[in-house]
Design a protein around this ligand. Structure first.
Ligand SMILES: *[C@@H]1O[C@H](CO)[C@@H](O)[C@H](O)[C@H]1NC(C)=O
Ligand SMILES: *[C@@H]1O[C@H](CO)[C@@H](O)[C@H](O)[C@H]1NC(C)=O
Ligand SMILES: *[C@@H]1O[C@H](CO)[C@@H](O)[C@H](O)[C@H]1NC(C)=O
Ligand SMILES: *[C@@H]1O[C@H](CO)[C@@H](O)[C@H](O)[C@H]1NC(C)=O
Ligand SMILES: [Zn+2]
Ligand SMILES: [Zn+2]
Length: 578
């Protein structure tokens, strides 16, 4: 029961399907995807499509530059639409539309485009997935290598180029634009070719989606006979269209879930064009519950975690070099009780995001004005400490990081600039050793420290953000100074380092304050217990040939044996000369 030769070519795979005289389907017949191999052994091959594109494993290819699209902008090349029982295919006029460039070897002549989708209950149905994310619909624009017959093309490893565009569903959006027109042609009658008489171009459909951001890999047709002849291009940005138009694909055609499940990569490499914005980090973790634990962060895409100037470090106080440029900071709005916008659980830390362009720091030898973006916390477990930096191999209970971005740079620029970020690190320690030991209920020791209220208010929010990615708007009146309490902000270490989480960009001027914030042990314990993850700190990194500097103002008159601390001696000497 082969359809007419016209319909045969609506779906490329149909050629062999008919030759083999067997039928296939996505669901509800003997030859559903897991049995396509019985129709054509190609479907059991080693370079099958679609695939999941794992962005943490893609490799950039500088040759993946601009495409040249011929007649994509012509409003006169869309010929007809047909529902072939597997999908809806839009045929183009012969020999009018072409694709070249984009790292393709030669020119490809575009024949048709068609769609893959899910069902009306909002089950998405794209074929490719990006980091396991499936979009509602995927459009395939199919082109054959110029000069090859169809039979030659399916037999050539690069005979067919398919451009894949995702369609994403938005709440609003134009119902009457290009996609309104195109979807008005959808029909349930099978194998009835309907002429398109609207002026509509392929560019109209693709809209503003970037054509320079795409993934590339070698694969196959996604329907039987699954010929391994396709150079795949999957565009990163989706085409956003109204969800009511998306629903039309399933509701009008009566076809649902017309997509093939993702196939094994079998060692294939997926490439990304230089313009693709890859996330700086994939799914990573500190411990061993995921593939990208600390020892493998350097393998993440765009990761700098294997660099020479990484953080945190173990600061050897005796080796710190005095730098008299390291003067006092100027803190703007650190005393303002209304600067925290919200608190969130990132899955790796608890982060307090500040109102934009409000809080600032300067001075402190930084040489630039920095905007304060957020602060967050690193902790250990209920039984172990979890600061990131160590001093003389001593780890503190917790560490607070106040993250600042150079005001004259965008965030993207800042993470690429060696002093684009300035992070202030404060150690946090138990307020009193007496109240920290008991596991049972001890009498709460009334705290002399004025900061107890602020820490209590802050940690009160933890129970509201137990779910990862949850966030709660901040309504309590707390200033950053309230949290820092009486810690001296003139006594600190300085070194050049990195972000302590992937991508570990070496863009951070670090300030690690010598005095620690004192917080009630019971409040600190709320971090590991309420967030349900432990030991969120990175191990110390090699100093390599970096120098750690120390500010001149010393807090080292109290400790005995000060003569062993050269930094203090310098301070004393230099103070004598002032
Ligand atoms: C396709 O483009 C060519 C020029 O590249 C043009 O002459 C021709 O008219 C176009 N065809 C259509 C149908 O727009
Ligand atoms: C490009 O295609 C031509 C012919 O179509 C082929 O001879 C050549 O080997 C291909 N080059 C690459 C790099 O694949
Ligand atoms: C997809 O659409 C949703 C709204 O429905 C939007 O929030 C999301 O940002 C879109 N995704 C992309 C990648 O544009
Ligand atoms: C950080 O690096 C910059 C540029 O390489 C250098 O001028 C500066 O002295 C370094 N600062 C520290 C604290 O090492
Ligand atoms: Zn397809
Ligand atoms: Zn941090």
């Amino acid at each position: 029961m082969c359809p007419s030769s016209l319909v045969l070519w609506l779906s490329l795979g149909a050629l062999i399907e008919c030759a083999a005289g067997s039928d296939w389907c996505y669901t509800g017949c003997a030859h559903s995807p897991t049995h396509w191999g019985d129709i054509s052994s190609f479907c059991r091959g080693q370079r099958q499509s679609p695939i999941d594109i794992d962005t943490s494993h893609v490799q950039r290819d500088p040759n993946l530059l601009d495409f040249t699209f011929k007649n994509f902008s012509s409003q006169d090349v869309l010929k007809s639409i047909t529902n072939n029982g597997h999908t809806v295919v839009c045929l183009l006029k012969d020999n009018e539309v072409e694709v070249s460039g984009g790292g393709l070897n030669g020119t490809y002549s575009t024949l048709q485009f068609h769609f893959h989708w899910g069902d009306t209950a909002h089950h998405p149905g794209s074929e490719h997935t990006i980091d396991k994310l499936r979009y509602p619909v995927e459009m395939h624009i199919v082109s054959l290598k110029k000069g090859l017959t169809k039979e030659q093309a399916v037999a050539n490893p690069e005979g067919i180029a398919v451009l894949g565009f995702f369609l994403n569903a938005t709440e609003d959006g134009n119902m009457t634009g290009p996609w309104g027109i195109l979807t008005s042609y959808l029909m349930s009658n099978i194998n009835t070719e309907i002429a398109i008489n609207h002026s509509l171009s392929i560019d109209d459909l693709i809209g503003s989606v970037s054509r320079t951001k795409y993934y590339r890999y070698m694969g196959s047709l996604t329907t039987p006979n699954c010929s391994e002849a396709v150079v795949w291009t999957v565009f990163q940005e989706p085409i956003n269209i109204n969800k009511n138009l998306i629903e039309r694909f399933a509701s009008i055609t009566g076809l649902t879930n017309v997509y093939r499940p993702v196939q094994e990569l079998n060692g294939r490499q997926v490439f990304a064009s230089p313009e693709v914005s890859l996330p700086p980090s994939g799914p990573w973790c500190y411990d061993n519950h995921c593939i990208y634990n600390q020892s493998r962060w350097h393998l993440l895409s765009l990761s700098h975690c294997g660099g020479e100037n990484q953080s945190p470090i173990n600061i050897e106080s005796k080796k710190a070099v005095l730098d008299k440029q390291l003067d006092a900071f100027t803190f703007t709005k650190f005393d303002d009780k209304h600067t925290i916008k919200y608190i969130t659980n990132t899955g790796h830390a608890v982060k307090c995001v500040l109102k934009e362009n409000t809080v600032e720091i300067s001075g402190g030898g930084l040489g630039h004005v920095y905007s304060t973006l957020q602060f967050h916390f690193h902790w250990g477990s209920t039984v172990s400490k979890g600061s990131e930096h160590m001093v003389d191999s001593k780890r503190y209970s917790m560490e607070m990081h106040i993250v600042n971005k150079r005001k004259d740079l965008t965030l993207d620029e800042a993470v690429q600039t060696s002093n684009g970020l300035a992070v202030l690190g404060f150690f946090i320690e138990a307020e009193s050793t007496k109240s920290s030991s008991g596991s049972g209920q001890t009498n709460p020791t009334p705290s002399p420290a004025a900061d107890t209220g602020a820490w209590k208010k802050l940690t009160n929010y933890l129970s509201a953000i137990e779910d990862i990615d949850s966030k709660v708007n901040f309504t309590e009146e707390i200033s950053i100074d309230d949290l820092l309490s009486s810690v001296s902000k003139t006594v600190y270490y300085r070194y050049n380092g990195s972000l302590t989480t992937p991508g570990c960009n070496e863009a951070v001027v670090w300030t690690v304050f010598k005095e620690s914030i004192k917080v009630d042990q019971k409040l600190m314990m709320l971090f590991p217990t309420q967030m349900k993850y432990n030991n969120v700190y990175r191990a110390p990194q090699a100093l390599q040939d970096r120098t750690v500097y120390t500010s001149a103002a010393a807090s080292c008159l109290a400790p005995i044996m000060q003569f062993l601390l050269p930094a203090c001696l310098f301070t004393i000497v230099s103070n004598l000369h002032i």
